[in-house]
Design a protein around this ligand. Structure first.
Ligand code: GTP
Ligand code: MG
Length: 311
């Protein structure tokens, strides 16, 4: 029971030691502070998640940027339209990267090395020129990262926070795992470490969208495979651990080439652009996201309708 002396005092603002209610009259360092800071969003939080994210994994110079730029070129010059997303503006950096990609590849100039410790996010809408009602536009968000960052997960290392936040987020992710024809044997362990990392992040590997791409296939002396088994036996041979995982989890695999590359005094140049593997990978991406092939022919009725309206 309370007595008169130790009883609860009524709430009072007179006592200067009491906590004051939030006020704009507080002085900080003698300067009237009439500004209440707004708490910053956690910078690792990912905005605009309603897209299909495409994450490239591969060591430095494995061919990630070449694959990305030629896919974008294929999608926008043959398969449909690529346009920026309304409401999700690209950063200045992303815009520069995009226009460099398009401008350079046309002239046979290879992409620059990617800057490390940052993720450049390219937010795009792909509108296929296939007019079937089943073939709808999709949002695609490509994540451009540097191979040097991927190298950091070797032997239990961890990712730079900017990359980590994408891997931890609950977003639809497609992984394009890139290793090149001439260095594949050196990448087998690192690719396995990456897949371990995804499993640690509680990705269910059987439902994760993953494709292994063997880049620089032209170094084999051909632009394509000599027979259906050639890619399988290459992967089995050079990437035996990765191969086991591909089989167990049912991942996809393909090979890639940008065409002919020649080095002269001005550095390397693409002397002949070959978009056939860009087409295969782009079609795989579209179908793995939508479950419809990009060149879906449409139903009998759809075909009749278009043959009439397209006259
Ligand atoms: N012969 C041949 N060389 C290729 C091909 N693709 C890439 N290269 C070579 O590999 C180099 C690196 O390719 P990038 O796509 O920039 O590699 P990256 O994985 O983005 O590298 P980082 O940005 O450093 O992580 C190119 O400059 C070319 O010399 C290809 O299809 N054929
Ligand atoms: Mg790159």
């Amino acid at each position: 029971m309370s007595t008169e002396n130790d009883g609860l005092k009524p709430l009072s603002f007179d006592d200067s030691n009491e906590l004051k209610p939030l006020s704009f009259e507080n002085k900080i360092g003698g300067v009237a502070d009439d500004h209440v800071p707004i708490s910053q969003n956690n910078s690792s939080e990912i905005k605009n998640k309603d897209s299909n994210f495409v994450f490239f994994f591969g060591t430095a110079e494995s061919g990630k940027s070449v694959i990305l730029s030629s896919m974008l070129y294929y999608l926008s010059s043959k398969a449909g339209v690529l346009r920026p997303r309304l409401g999700t503006p690209n950063t200045k950096e992303a815009q520069v990267l995009l226009s460099d990609f398009f401008e350079n590849i046309r002239q046979g100039i290879l992409p620059n090395r990617t800057t490390r410790d940052q993720v450049t996010r390219l937010d795009l809408v792909f509108e296929p020129n296939n007019k079937s009602q089943k073939i709808n536009p999709i949002n695609l968000t490509f994540l451009e990262t540097s191979g040097e960052n991927h190298n950091e997960i070797r032997r239990g290392g961890s990712y730079h926070s900017s990359i980590e936040s994408y891997l931890n987020a609950k977003i639809p992710l497609t992984f394009i795992v890139v290793t090149s024809y001439d260095t594949a044997h050196k990448d087998d362990n690192l690719i396995n470490e990456f897949l371990d990392e995804l499993e640690r992040k509680e990705k269910n590997m059987k439902s994760v969208n993953v494709i292994l791409v063997v880049s620089k296939w032209d170094k084999s002396g051909r632009m394509d495979v000599a027979n259906a088994d050639e890619l399988d036996s290459f992967i089995n041979d050079r990437l035996s651990r990765t191969s086991q995982r591909i089989d167990t989890y049912g991942f996809s695999k393909t090979y890639y080439t940008i065409g002919n590359i020649q080095s002269g005094n001005g550095g390397e140049k693409i002397t002949m652009l070959n978009l056939s593997t860009a087409e295969v990978l782009s079609k795989w991406l579209y179908e793995s996201i939508t479950n419809y092939p990009l060149d879906y022919e449409g139903t009998f009725w759809e075909r009749i309708k278009f043959s009439v309206t397209n006259k």
